[in-house]
Design a protein around this ligand. Sequence first.
Ligand code: ADP
Length: 855
Amino acid sequence: MAQYTPMIQQYLTIKNNYKDAYLFFRLGDFYEMFFEDAVSAAKELEITLTSRDGGEIPMCGVPYHSASTYIKKLIDKGYKVAICEQVEDPKEAKGVVKREVIQVITPGTVMEGNLLNEEENNYIASITPFSTEHYVIAYNDLSTGENSVAQVHDGWDSVVSELFNRPVKEIVIPTVLDEHQVEVLKEQLKLTISYEDEVDMPEEYRYLTNTLSENELKIGFGRLFQYLKKTQMRSLTHLQPVTYIELNQYMKLDMYSKRNLELTETIRNKGKHGSLLWVLDRTVTAMGARMLKKWLDRPLLSKDAIEARHRLVEALMEQFFERESLREALKEVYDLERLSGRIAFGNVNARDMLQLKRSLQQVPRIIDVLYSLDGEWKKFSESINPLTDVQAILEQSIHEEPPMSVKEGGIIKDGFHQTLDQYRLASKNGKQWIAELEQQEKQETGIKSLKIGYNKVFGYYIEVTKANLHLIPEGRYERKQTLSNAERFITPELKEKETLILEAQEKSVELEYEIFTDIREQMKQYIPNLQHLANQISQVDVLQSFAEVSDQNQYIKPTFINSREIDIVGGRHPVIEKVMKNETFVPNDVKMDENNNILLITGPNMAGKSTYMRQLALTVIMGQIGCFVPCESCELPVFDQIFTRIGAADDLVAGQSTFMVEMLEAKHAITKATSNSLILLDEIGRGTSTYDGMSLAQAIVEYIHDHIHAKTLFSTHYHELTSLEATLKQLTNVHVKAEEHDGEVVFLHKIQQGPADKSYGIHVAKLADLPEALIDRAYEILQQFEGEQKVIKPIVKETSDQQLSFFQEEVNKKTSKRSSAEEYALNELKALNLLEMTPMDAMNMLYAIHKKLKS
Ligand code: ADP
């Protein structure tokens, strides 16, 4: 280090402690970065890379006042930023100004409004392993102060599914965590990784974990807390006591199912539009929007709790006008949850206070509406504390139109503070005295244009135009300044008053700031109440949102029953029915009694098989989060888990092939499902050759049938599987009806009993406008398959190995017994050493085989 200047040495010493963050090093009005930080930040932020100390040290910088835009860019990309400030006055510094990191901003700990998505929580989580099966996961949302822990007893996969359940941005792990696991967190879950090995809760914050009974849970949260403490370096008093998430109380939805069912975002473009959340979200407040997402992530298992939500939704649904006034009141409610966090960190201004006041003013309105709904809502309304004292303080103190800055005055109302009123009066009187003086001087000198003005340099002055100067009696004023067409004067009296006015003004601004910070401090003691209120209002908002969508979309209240029967009449897909433009959605029933566990669904492509499967899962989820469902009538058991293998969720990004993903998803279902689960398997086995895939599909159906007994919807294009109905008692065939008119297929999207009678693949290909010659050829091949033809004529010159084996299998499929000529041909083919054959050899061999088969 010796060759570097003292400042760069200081930089390097500090940087050494923040290796995984960009160090924003304060230099005057800029944050500068040096060395590798500078090189990569210049690229990430698209700013100019320069150098210092004779070109030796790469450097780049961002202006202090616009730093937050750059910080946001880095945080959004998953990086961390350590803010290093000058902590002494440069004028008083001996040598290099002292600098320290005052905060590390990371994706999981951002607080600043412009860095946060208001409709989503911003979680940071930690993982603490206690064995290969047992893990504790802790969560925190710094912006709202929410803390929670959960524990998993069945291995790593459940940890990943659990983390996938929440909008987690950053994960804190011990340095000893398995490398492969870290890879999954980074690559599959796309989390920013941070390390923390300390797990003790500091004494003064132990009250946060007193709510937890087990030591492992405290250790799990301790790790997260230590990290927060080290990055935030400021008071964390707004954090709420840690709640324990009993995972057994919630339906388990693994990562695959959540993604496949597009609960909160679509697979294709990761947007909300087109997801279930998009349909259900009629929340009015940001807090409500966040809570809805949480509920969607964790459908309930307790029938009582589900029914309680349904009753609340029902009451709101029946009362349109009350619901409207509730929505109106909620519109005025600001984000109390995040505001509480900012109050704790001391960075709220008078406008925030005003918003807090206006929010609180709505609470009595909300209480009134809920009270009028009677029943459970009445009880609910009685549990809401409107915090009238907080509202009263704010009402009396904060001006209706305060400025952004809290240091310029204009914040506190008249009449709130006696001394402030006195200063204001003094200043006001002084100004009045000056106005009177102006009048008096005009009269006495007879100069009508005489005026008294004010500027920051000279203070108050009397201004007389040059033309009137001769009218001023000798010695009346003291000359102060000459302008091109006027002179400015002062008098000792005027200066005396000026001092009084300015002093009063200065003091009143100072005092206002003091009073404001005092109010802000007072607010801190109400943080837990505000957080509680925020939680209640969020619930009201989500439930009214359910009532609103249910009313608008004609959803009905589902009945949850204790037996394992499904009886849905006229079920619809909540999202597809919303996005359909010219057509209408065809409702379908789902009927599965106690002994009917598997529906084997056949039918042509595009007929609506996966829509049918998905709509059942979405109906179950909607019901279990407390919403009504898109059906005419609906009876369901409470499902403990939902597993899906649907559609093209190939995880090529994570380096897994589609077929591998398919098998992983199937494995999940098969190893974790119980008889109370719902399994959806769509076209399983499709990603491999026909017999291979069909065998797997059949084995999976049999396994679920014999060992799991979960309610299962299984769609397949393997027509052969429909014969399973004869042997598997709990399996029933259904199909999606399609009709053929003049060689064209018309999809009726109607589910009917029994297997589909025909494959419509070629018709669909025709609808998709594949070349006519190709379609004709496909018909020809089909006829050959369907007829008694034993062999398919070769159709292409360069048949690939894969196609050959496919055709080989199709040949096998159609021929129960092979003739000796076929046996011969097969053996000959198998024995070939293609690499050593010339094209001529191959031709000859083919000729011989062909001849033998024809003979
Ligand atoms: P499959 O799984 O049989 O290939 P999908 O379920 O993907 O078919 O459905 C294909 C398309 O058909 C859907 O995108 C939707 O537009 C339409 N569809 C499916 N089911 C219905 C229905 N019940 N009513 C109206 N349209 C439907």
